[in-house]
Design a protein around this ligand. Sequence first.
Ligand SMILES: [Zn+2]
Ligand SMILES: [Zn+2]
Length: 238
Amino acid sequence: MSTPSHDQPCAATTCHRGLRPHELDAGQLLCNPCIHLITVWLRTELPLQITVLEGSRHRETTGASAGGRSVYRTAPLPGRDDVLNLLGPASWADSICDPYGQAHTDQHGPLPIAGVLTSWVRLISEERRWNPPATLAPQALADWLTVPRVLDHVSHRPWAGPLRDELHQMMRTIRAVTRLRPQRRPIPQPCPRCDSLTLVETDHQLYIDCTTCESMYTREELALAARITAAALDAGAA
Ligand SMILES: [Zn+2]
Ligand SMILES: [Zn+2]
């Protein structure tokens, strides 16, 4: 009803948004909400998640308890091996990226954050002959990937969808280990696409998303959809 017809969907399989005219005109394959999400994940959420992971690793490796007395052991954290895996080092030489294959599925446990990010940094830096970050530390890689000109390049490449999907999966894996998830609040308005009352707003994100059909909306789009619904109801009542 309110949504314009979209012939070309966003390239990410985890996004169900059609590309808007301004995105198509710019030659993008990835929608602006997805580009924004990548920035939120890597710039805002990842530093917090890494802090939690580092804290878990420290407790695990030192076994330290408050005051140095081992009166009782802290309850073991879920997935200790997963914490170590996620914080594992990356190697530039091993980071050959296969954007279309699940090359990493035979790995035991989650891939290191640095490993996931290094693959994409290497692919992009070699394509554009841009200098990679000076270190392969996760946050240095994340910051490099979210520089606007890098994301602009990403949004035009045929592997833009796989990149977005892999980062999405990485964030889900991290959240499952830390049990730290961005706070979400319901929005009392039906989803313009699927009509479910499952729209939520999430910390740090510009976009409202539907947990049923995974569509994403700006506040302006939702306001427009609400006005159109109201107008249709008025017309029906007249
Ligand atoms: Zn998208
Ligand atoms: Zn929906």
